[in-house]
Ligand binder design. Structure first.
Ligand code: CP
Length: 314
């Protein structure tokens, strides 16, 4: 946490939600709520980052995070550079750090970085110029802080700002999920009443990731009375690793169906960070149904990312 703060305790980078204060989180969420009105059009905020240059530096695939950050940068009036590792000199062996230094030399102020390796974004932040800002857009299985923020905004919009009586269930491959880790960091910081985690034992971490959570593998029992169900994407390579017997078995035991969702509170919401494996971890009936907040999460991504960019670069 401390490596993302400046000498005055303000955020210089956004690398993780681990250790972030409740006040800082609530301030970002409140601002995102306000900016939501501008997230889907208009030119009223084009002076916020005017004259700044921001690069989306993605070494891994993305639709939601990359596109929403790109829109957020443009809504705030910064120049946007989209770096695509598959067509860049990365393919000739240029290192990540040389890539960063090259773009810094061109006058880029902010970098939104996605990387397959845990800690890669923090490592770049340690070697960046003092005035450079880095935002973690997902590193390995460690952190996806803006996904955590947009999930909290979605929860607040559905359930209010006081999380102390909320029961939230996270389901699936928590062990390989940076989304789950950032959600857990944020849910704890916001004082969530009860956090439950459900998945096959082979896909649950055995370190302190789940501290304070009720953990189990009986999805039906764990759904009982929850206010929100946060489904995770099943990474199909886990089958090749022998961690999941078959997709059919996974769906039977951990797929969110309309019948199952009736075990949750009547006004419970269903969430998924995307991309979804429809018919595996979530049925179409739920994903497209009245309790789904999947597209609300996507919409909130633009507002949250505008708030983060403004806080760090504005
Ligand atoms: N939720 C999420 O990070 O989606 P993308 O991989 O499409 O950015």
């Amino acid at each position: 946490m401390s490596e993302q703060l400046d000498d005055e305790g303000k955020l210089q980078h956004l690398l993780t939600l681990d250790g972030i204060s409740r006040g800082m989180l609530e301030q970002l969420l409140q601002r995102a709520e306000t900016l939501g009105a501008h997230a889907h059009g208009g030119t009223g905020l084009r002076d916020v980052l005017a004259g700044k240059a921001v690069c989306t530096l993605f070494f891994e695939a993305s639709t939601r995070t990359r596109c929403s950050f790109s829109l957020a940068v443009q809504r705030l009036g910064a120049d946007l550079l989209n770096f695509d590792a598959s067509t860049a000199s990365t393919t000739k062996g240029e290192s990540d750090l040389d890539t960063l230094k090259t773009l810094e030399a061109m006058g880029v102020h902010g970098f939104i970085v996605r990387h397959k390796s845990d800690g890669a974004v923090a490592a770049l932040a340690r070697s960046a110029l003092p005035e450079t800002v880095l935002i973690n857009a997902g590193d390995g299985r460690s952190n996806h802080p803006t996904q955590g923020l947009l999930d909290m905004l979605t929860l607040r919009q559905a359930k209010g700002t006081d999380f102390s009586a909320l029961k939230v269930l996270i389901v699936g491959d928590v062990n390989h999920s940076r989304v789950a880790r950032s959600d857990l960091h944020a849910l704890r910081a916001l004082g969530t009443g009860e956090i439950r985690v459900c998945g096959p034992a082979a896909l649950l971490p055995d370190d302190d990731t789940l501290r304070g959570c009720a953990v189990g593998d009986d999805f039906d029992a764990m759904l009982d009375g929850v206010d929100a169900v946060m489904m995770l994407r099943l990474q199909r390579e886990r089958m090749a690793e022998g961690l999941v017997a078959s997709l059919d078995d996974y769906h039977r035991d951990f797929g969110l169906t309309a019948t199952r969702l009736r075990r949750a509170a009547p006004d419970a919401i269903a969430m998924h960070p995307g991309p979804m494996n429809r018919g595996i971890e979530i049925t179409c009936e739920v994903a497209d149904g009245p309790q789904s907040r999947v597209l609300q999460q996507v919409a909130n991504g633009v507002a949250v990312r505008m708030a983060v960019l403004e806080a760090l670069l504005g």
